[in-house]
Design a protein around this ligand. Structure first.
Ligand code: CO
Length: 132
């Protein structure tokens, strides 16, 4: 798999508004985009750190996987997203090497990216996203 860089780190939060002072005033980052991803039932806020982004994920429904994650494990790092040149090819490679997939095919994520998740059962507990 030809990973070029960490595209973003996803962090589950109860409230983006409550997190902004920490990221902006303490860490000195600037939130450049807030976007709702309706089919994932989340609101996202983005910050850039070099070529990597921090993606805050706030659930917009109790049915959201982010709401369930926070309920079980509290706020914190949710997933790591690697940039690959071809998500479908990377998924096929992962599957051929015995990795269980959450997404059999790429779908649309925030910021118009093509994204797909590998199952944390197959990735030693780290929810892993491939995107481009
Ligand atoms: Co992500």
């Amino acid at each position: 798999m030809d990973i070029s860089h960490i595209e973003h780190i996803g962090i589950a939060v109860k409230s983006i508004a409550d997190n902004l002072p920490y990221y902006e005033n303490v860490l000195g980052m600037k939130c450049y985009n807030i976007e709702e991803v309706a089919d994932q039932k989340v609101k996202t806020a983005f910050f850039k750190v070099g070529q990597t982004k921090i993606e805050l994920l706030e659930p917009t429904s109790d049915e959201s996987t982010i709401a369930k994650f926070i309920e079980k494990r509290g706020e914190g790092v949710h997933h790591i997203a690697f940039a690959v040149p071809d998500v479908a090819a990377a998924l096929a490679e992962a599957e051929s090497k015995g990795v269980q997939l959450i997404d059999k095919a790429p779908r649309k994520g925030a910021e118009g990216l093509n994204i797909a998740f590998l199952h944390p059962k197959s990735t030693h507990g780290v929810l892993t996203e491939l995107c481009m």
